[in-house]
Ligand binder design. Structure first.
Ligand code: MTE
Ligand code: MO
Length: 286
């Protein structure tokens, strides 16, 4: 199979480089996943070293990219070079997405119910002691309780939701605090370029400031007139209609404004810095 051949070619090159720098490594194919009907993700296990994910673009005759997740102390990312390593970089910002809830993005299929994702499990949250912390490049760090958030006033956003793996759910009524409002309350400094969101379970994701401040971006507390359910992120999750689902961190604990880009959980595994659904920004470098 052609795509698998391409993946094999990349993994052999990676292994050569690894052998040169760390010694003998044997990859074993651990899984294959079709993403967005267009990319094929091959997961190779590298034993102790971690995992190597190779993404092949089935349509264009070109090896899209790969990202390698290794024990940091064993291997510095730089040695694989930009071509082979999913180098984190700011690829610039999109024009404002045309009609955020209009149309249907390429490579997506509607399914009736969202799939629940929880890479680190579903945390139990006591809403009385839960606080949203807002810090980093702000003049006024915040610590807000659930009640305080509610009192800021909710904005409804009727929108679909799109997971990067290719499933979407139809329009729902998401309600929450505009992220722009939170940024204003914290008096975000103008050198802030990225927003790292951290969840109670340790999950993280990173969002460009432009997308964070978009008028339809909210810290969602409710869906379809009910509070979020525990598995869908109670008490609060990010909801940004024009970004893929992995940017919608559930069980949010901390919002940190940063000057420089850092990888979150999926970004470290090769997912895109921004993740705009209209530009099909699924993986870094695509
Ligand atoms: N804390 C946390 N947030 C998360 C995830 C996760 O594993 N942990 N998965 C993300 C991904 S990949 C998607 S598609 C959506 C899925 O939302 P759902 O579980 O409510 O369907 O949650 C996102 N937020
Ligand atoms: Mo996702």
């Amino acid at each position: 199979m052609r795509d698998e051949e391409k993946a094999k070619k990349i993994i052999s090159r990676v292994i050569e480089l690894l052998i040169e720098h760390v010694g003998l490594v044997t990859p074993t194919l651990a899984g294959r996943e079709v993403i967005g009907g267009r990319f094929i993700l091959y997961k190779y296990s590298l034993g102790d070293l971690g995992e190597c994910r190779i993404i092949v673009d089935g349509k264009r005759d070109f090896m899209a990219q790969m990202t390698i997740c290794l024990l940091k102390e064993k291997l510095e990312p730089g040695i694989l070079g930009e071509e082979y390593y999913g180098v984190s970089r700011n690829t610039g910002f999109a024009e404002a997405p045309r009609g955020v809830i209009e149309g249907f993005p390429r490579g997506q299929k509607l399914i009736p119910k969202p799939v629940v994702y929880a890479v680190n499990g579903i945390p139990r949250v006591s809403v009385e002691s839960w606080r949203l912390v807002v810090e980093g490049l702000v003049e006024k760090p915040l610590e807000l309780s659930y009640e305080e958030l509610l009192s800021l006033g909710l904005q409804a956003v009727n929108s679909m939701f799109h997971c990067v793996t290719g499933w979407s759910i139809s329009e729902r009524k998401w309600e929450g605090i505009p992220l722009k409002r939170i940024a204003e309350l914290a008096k975000v400094k103008n050198n802030a370029k990225w927003v790292l969101v951290e969840s109670l379970d340790g999950y993280t994701t990173i969002i460009p400031i432009e997308d964070f401040l978009h008028p339809q971006s909210i810290l969602a507390l409710r869906i379809d007139d009910k509070p979020l359910s525990p598995e869908h992120g109670f008490p609060a999750r990010i909801f940004i209609p024009h970004l893929y689902g992995w940017k919608h961190a559930k069980w949010v604990k901390r919002i940190i404004f940063l000057k420089e880009y850092v990888d979150g959980y999926w970004e470290a595994l090769g997912y895109h810095e921004r993740g705009n659904i209209w530009r099909e920004e699924r993986f870094k470098g695509t």
